[in-house]
Design a protein around this ligand. Structure first.
Ligand code: DX5
Ligand code: ZN
Length: 210
């Protein structure tokens, strides 16, 4: 699946951008929520995301990059996204947040930074529906891809043992050059921001990723 990240969209015409992505074949709309604490950037809150949800014909994939996960889950879960991901590094009580997300009927996902080892997820993966492997340090679009292929391998092995149904998503620096290698490595969902928005024709960009 391809999940375009709206972080690189023209926010002055966000509704048209989201409609264009859906028409271009997006499977999910990836929404980056940043709080200015967990990452040095601040993005959008639930009012804007509600407007996005209204025009999107595919489900939302909300990626929280925040320090206070329970607070943000309560704000965004009522919008009924397909997934809410939160970062392993920013949370002490992983199972509690996973349960909180699930209690809203939303699929919980856990995200790790490029520098965080997959092995830390050993006691968590059986409770989530997706793992998001960051291939840049979170905070900004348009950064250079960090080759995390070994981590994808390790995660695949861990999931085989503990949760074979769990999906793998990769986010950061995904483009037409690394997409096929990521797919072959076992990635289910590719997030791409600047690559798609760098194309005049979003459909062509999404098809190239696929
Ligand atoms: C980065 C975000 C990504 C970002 C990806 O913190 O989580 O979703 O939008 O952008 P690109 O594809 O430009 O790296
Ligand atoms: Zn993201």
């Amino acid at each position: 699946m391809v999940a375009p990240s709206i972080l690189s969209a023209d926010f002055g015409k966000l509704a048209q951008e989201v409609e264009a992505l859906c028409e271009a074949g997006a499977d999910l709309i990836h929404v980056d929520v940043m709080d200015g604490h967990f990452v040095p950037n601040l993005t959008i809150g639930p009012m804007v995301v509600e407007a996005v949800a209204k025009v999107a014909s595919v489900p939302l994939d909300i990626h929280l990059m925040v320090s206070d996960n329970p607070f943000f889950v309560e704000l965004f879960a009522p919008l009924k996204p397909r997934y809410i991901s939160f970062h392993y590094e920013g949370e002490h009580h992983h199972h509690r947040v996973i349960q909180q997300i699930r209690s809203h009927g939303v699929a919980p996902a856990i995200a790790i930074n490029p520098g965080t080892p997959v092995a830390l997820l050993e006691e968590v993966v059986q409770y989530v529906d997706m793992v998001l492997l960051m291939s840049v340090n979170p905070g900004f679009g348009g950064q250079k891809f960090i080759p995390i292929y070994e981590k994808i391998d390790q995660l695949r092995q861990l999931l085989q043992k503990r949760n074979p149904e769990c999906r793998i998503e990769v986010d950061g620096g995904v483009n037409g050059t690394n997409a096929s290698k990521l797919r072959r490595a076992g990635v289910d969902i590719l997030v791409a921001g600047s690559y798609i928005f760098g194309h005049e024709d979003y459909k062509e960009a999404i098809e190239r990723l696929r």
